[in-house]
Design a protein around this ligand. Structure first.
Ligand code: HEC
Ligand code: HEC
Ligand code: HEC
Ligand code: HEC
Ligand code: HEC
Ligand code: HEC
Ligand code: HEC
Length: 310
C-alpha cells in the first residue's frame, strides 16, 4: 500500500518534473543545497547561540556539483528525489527515514526510454549473485550512483573509457571495505589475491571489464546484468586470446563494426590494445604464409642445387 502510494506520487511528481520549465531555475535551486553539500565546510545561523557558525561537512555527504550536472539526471532539482523539507536547516531528523526511489520506481514501464530495457534489466539483475545473496538491500543504486550516472557503454567511442567507467562501478564497492560491509558480514576479498592466476593483472583490468568474465554475454542486452557465482567466471585464456575471442560479442560490440570489417587494422588502432591471438589481420596472415612458403621453397631449391652440384 505504502509503495503503491509512493509510486503514484512519483508518477505525478515526474509529470510535474517533465512539464516544469527552466533548467537554469533548477540549477539555482540546487545551489541552495550545494553551497553546503559541495564543500568541506558549511555555515549556518545557530538560533540557540545567535551566532553564524562554520562547521565541517560529513565527507560522505559531499557532492560534486559538476559531475551531478553532467549526469543523466543533471537537469533535476535535488528535491525532485529528496523531500522539499530538506530546504530547512537543521534538517528534520525524520528525513533520515525517507524512502528513496530506485531506478525502476521511475523507469519501470517507461516507454520514453524503452531502448534501455529497464524492466528486462531488472529481471536479469534478480538472477544475479548480488540479488540472491543480499536481496532487496542490493538496489540498482549500489552500482549506479543516482547523482552521477552517465550512459557510457552506449555513447562512449573508446573501449578504454568504457572499461574504466564500468570497472569503477564494481571497484567502488569491492575495493571499499566500508561500502562492502553494508551488505556483507565477511571482509571484502582482496581482488589482487582472488585473481592471482591472471598474469599482468593491472593490464587486464585496464583493458577488459569485470563483467566480461563475471556475466554471460547476451545479444538481448547492451550490458549484461546477471553477475554469476564465482565458480562460473571465465578463467580460460583462449576465450579471449583466440581469433574467435568472446570480446567480439561483448566489449567490442560497441565499436564501429565497420572498423572490424575492413580487415582488422583499424580495430587495433581504435582499441589501442593488441590481444595476442585475437587481433588477426587477414591480409597480414596471408602475407606471412606466402613469405613462409617462399622461405621453405628457397631452402628446398638451395638444397636441390647443392645435391646436384655435389
Ligand atoms: C546549511 C547547510 C545545508 C544546506 C543548505 C543543506 N544541507 Fe543537507 N545536510 C547538511 C548537513 C550538515 C548534513 C549532515 C547531517 C545533519 O547535520 O543533519 C546534511 C545531510 C543531508 C542529507 C543526508 C541525510 C541523512 O542523514 O541521510 C541529505 C539527503 C541532504 N542533506 C539533502 C539536502 C538537500 C536536498 C538540500 C537542499 C534542498 C540540503 N540538504 C541543504 C547541511 C545542509
Ligand atoms: C535522481 C534522484 C536524485 C537526485 C536528483 C539527487 N539525489 Fe541525492 N540521493 C539520491 C539517492 C537514491 C540517495 C541514496 C543513495 C544510497 O543510499 O545509495 C541520495 C543520497 C544523498 C545524500 C546522502 C549521501 C549519499 O550520497 O548517500 C546527500 C547528501 C544527497 N543525496 C544530496 C543531494 C543533493 C544536494 C542533490 C542536488 C544537487 C541531490 N542529492 C540530488 C537520489 C537523488
Ligand atoms: C525520481 C525518478 C527517477 C529515478 C529514481 C531515476 N530516474 Fe533516470 N531519469 C528520470 C527522468 C525524468 C529522466 C529524463 C531526464 C531528462 O530528460 O533530463 C531520466 C533519465 C535517465 C536516463 C537518460 C536517458 C537518455 O537517453 O537521456 C538514464 C539512462 C537513466 N535515467 C537511468 C537511470 C538509472 C540507472 C537509475 C537508477 C540508478 C535512474 N535513472 C533513476 C527519472 C528517474
Ligand atoms: C552490479 C552492478 C550493477 C547493478 C546492481 C545494476 N547495474 Fe545497471 N549497469 C551496470 C554497468 C557496469 C553498466 C554499464 C554502464 C555504462 O557504461 O553505461 C550498466 C548499465 C545500465 C543501463 C544502461 C544500458 C544501456 O543499454 O545503455 C541501464 C538502463 C541499467 N544499467 C539499469 C539498471 C537497473 C534498472 C538496475 C537495477 C534493477 C541496475 N542497472 C543494476 C552495473 C549494474
Ligand atoms: C579474466 C577474467 C576476470 C576478470 C577480468 C575479472 N575477474 Fe573476478 N574472478 C574471475 C575468476 C575466474 C574468479 C574465480 C577465482 C577462483 O575461484 O579461483 C573470480 C573471482 C572474483 C570474485 C570472488 C571473490 C571470492 O573469492 O569471493 C570477485 C568478488 C571478483 N572476481 C570481482 C571482480 C571484479 C570487481 C573485477 C573487475 C575489476 C573482476 N573480478 C575481473 C575472473 C575474472
Ligand atoms: C555495493 C557493493 C557492490 C558492488 C557495487 C558490486 N558488488 Fe560484487 N559483491 C558485493 C558483495 C557484498 C558480495 C559478497 C556477498 C557475500 O558473499 O556475502 C559480492 C560478490 C561478488 C562476486 C562473488 C560471487 C560469489 O559467487 O561469491 C562477484 C563475482 C562479484 N561480486 C562481482 C561484481 C561485479 C562484476 C560488479 C560490478 C559489475 C560488482 N560485483 C559490484 C558487493 C558489491
Ligand atoms: C576477458 C578476456 C581475457 C581473458 C580471459 C584473458 N585475457 Fe589476457 N588480455 C586480454 C586483453 C584485452 C589484453 C590486451 C591488453 C593490451 O592492450 O595490451 C590481454 C593481454 C594479455 C597479456 C599481455 C600482452 C602484452 O602486451 O604484454 C598477457 C601475457 C595475457 N593477456 C595473458 C593471459 C593469460 C595467461 C590468460 C589466462 C590465464 C589471459 N590472458 C586471459 C584479455 C583477456
Amino acid at each position: 500500500m505504502f509503495f503503491s502510494l509512493r509510486k503514484i506520487a512519483t508518477i505525478i511528481g515526474l509529470g510535474i518534473f517533465l512539464s516544469s520549465t527552466g533548467q537554469e531555475e533548477n540549477l539555482e535551486k540546487n545551489m541552495a543545497c550545494l553551497k553546503c553539500h559541495e564543500n568541506q565546510t558549511y555555515s549556518f545561523y545557530n538560533e540557540w547561540t545567535e551566532f553564524q557558525e562554520k562547521r565541517l561537512m560529513n565527507p560522505f555527504y559531499i557532492l560534486n556539483g559538476q559531475h551531478f550536472a553532467s549526469s543523466v539526471h543533471g537537469s533535476f532539482k535535488c528535491t525532485d528525489c529528496h523531500s522539499p523539507d530538506y530546504e530547512a536547516y537543521p534538517h528534520d531528523a525524520e528525513l533520515k527515514l525517507e524512502p528513496l526511489n530506485t531506478c525502476l520506481d521511475c523507469h519501470g514501464g517507461d516507454e520514453t526510454y524503452a531502448t534501455y530495457k529497464f524492466d528486462q534489466i531488472g529481471e536479469e539483475f534478480e538472477k544475479s549473485v548480488h540479488f540472491s545473496i543480499s536481496g532487496e538491500s542490493f538496489t540498482c543504486s549500489k552500482c549506479h550512483n543516482q547523482h552521477y550516472y552517465m550512459v557510457t557503454a552506449r555513447k562512449s567511442t573508446t573501449v578504454k573509457e568504457i572499461v574504466a567507467y564500468n570497472n569503477q562501478m564494481c571497484l567502488s564497492c569491492h575495493e571499499d571495505g566500508s561500502k562492502y560491509q553494508l551488505l556483507s558480514e565477511h571482509a571484502s576479498p582482496q581482488l589482487s589475491v582472488v585473481h592471482d592466476w591472471l598474469p599482468n593483472q593491472e593490464l587486464h583490468f585496464d583493458h577488459v571489464r569485470c563483467i566480461e568474465c563475471h556475466t554471460e554475454a547476451t545479444d538481448s542486452f547492451l550490458v549484461s546484468h546477471n553477475v554469476l557465482p564465482k565458480g562460473q567466471a571465465v578463467k580460460k585464456c583462449v576465450q579471449c586470446h583466440s581469433s574467435n575471442t568472446m570480446l567480439k560479442a561483448s566489449l567490442y560490440k560497441y565499436e564501429n563494426i565497420q572498423a572490424r570489417e575492413d580487415g582488422g587494422l583499424s580495430t587495433i588502432i581504435a582499441n589501442q590494445s593488441y590481444i595476442i591471438g585475437a587481433n588477426q589481420v587477414p591480409f597480414l596472415k596471408t602475407l606471412s604464409i606466402i613469405i613462409f612458403l617462399c622461405v621453405v621453397g628457397g631452402i628446398a631449391f638451395h638444397i636441390v642445387l647443392r645435391i646436384i652440384k655435389s
